[in-house]
Design a protein around this ligand. Structure first.
Ligand SMILES: CC(C)(COP(=O)(O)OP(=O)(O)OC[C@H]1O[C@@H](n2cnc3c(N)ncnc32)[C@H](O)[C@@H]1OP(=O)(O)O)[C@@H](O)C(=O)NCCC(=O)NCCS
Length: 146
């Protein structure tokens, strides 16, 4: 059972200590960086991904300040290396999308990934994300329309 929990004084260090595999480090910023960044952008939310009582990952979403009109983006997403391949990533992304779909005024969600991140590409495509043709900061931008 996957749950998205708030990040508080009690669990932020555990979230900051979650790591992806060595060869995945270029795919996502360290969680401690993302937690810090989230404090400075209105509307950005950070969540700990739990499988039952076990902390397994981190996700961050919110309006992207760069685009006009504003777009809702998944800013960061990771499952710790030792917990990957168990379906947690798919379930957590689905939970985040369900949450965003229920928000008034949100009719699409964007995210981007490195061109060599084939695992992420496959996951997002299977969830319904489609390529926009945009490349930003060297990453492929995809969009899910609700
Ligand atoms: C992407 C990530 C979050 C997926 O989490 P996960 O818990 O391992 O994913 P799941 O077990 O739910 O697998 C979901 C799908 O992802 C795809 N996938 C994940 N890792 C894969 C890999 N190494 N190779 C191929 N496909 C992969 C599969 O299509 C899988 O499909 P399935 O459900 O039909 O088996 C995780 O691999 C991760 O944290 N990677 C490093 C950080 C990263 O790349 N974040 C995304 C930045 S955009």
């Amino acid at each position: 059972m996957i749950e998205l929990r708030d990040i508080t004084a009690d669990n932020w260090e555990a979230v900051a200590n979650l790591k992806v595999a060595g060869d995945q480090q270029s795919f996502v910023a360290p969680n401690v960086y993302s937690i810090a960044e989230s404090k400075f952008y209105p509307g950005v939310e950070i969540k700990a991904i739990h499988a039952g009582e076990t902390l397994v990952g981190f996700i961050m979403w919110g309006p992207d300040p760069v685009h006009n009109p504003p777009e809702m983006w998944i800013w960061r997403f990771m499952i710790a290396a030792e917990h990957q391949g168990n379906g947690y990533g798919r379930a957590a992304m689905q939970a985040a999308l369900d949450h965003l779909r229920a928000q008034p005024g949100v009719d699409a969600v964007f995210l981007s990934f490195e061109p060599d991140n084939t695992g992420a590409d496959r996951l997002y495509t299977s969830l319904g994300f489609r390529r926009t043709g945009r490349v930003e900061y060297g990453e492929i931008v995809v969009k899910l329309e609700f």
